[in-house]
Design a protein around this ligand. Sequence first.
Ligand code: SF4
Length: 186
Amino acid sequence: MGLEEKLPSGVLLTSVEKAAGWARARSVWPATFGLACCAIELMMTGGPKHDLARFGMERASNTPRQADLMIVAGRVSQKMAPVLRQIYDQMSDPKWVISMGVCASSGGMFNNYAIVQGVDHIVPVDIYLPGCPPRPEMLLDSIVKLHDKIMNMKLGKNREREITELENARLGLRPLHLAVPEGTEL
Ligand code: SF4
């Protein structure tokens, strides 16, 4: 028998972790960061048809200090990389990043010296969104998935434990088997 059954109806029990996750997920403010053609789809998402405002996210921040979500829309040039990192550093904690489109996620078809081959070389990425360009519906889906992630984010000691467990799981992975012919020196 749980405590809830002894309480009068209308009383809601939760944890600080869940309440903080709920509040954070419902107050995400994106920083404007359109770099190339994907940014057109990002702008479309804010329009009346797709209605980003339903998540309370229509206020795209022009100052990083009042933003906690960076949506990297488009390819990141080597010249833009330090600027992107500086804006990320200026954003308030906790903060999240969506990499929108193949160019932002992996360099896409721009496999050359001028383009960073994935924005995760510059900032940690929470959600990778495939497509060239991803449609606004796909961006909305990734935002909903990010909300789920934020809602289930642990706090304090629980978060440290979760990070340690993830790191240990990664370290425990077996490396890929490399077939080396006999007598070959690596
Ligand atoms: S993924 Fe496609 S639409 Fe997006 S920036 Fe690259 S080329 Fe442009």
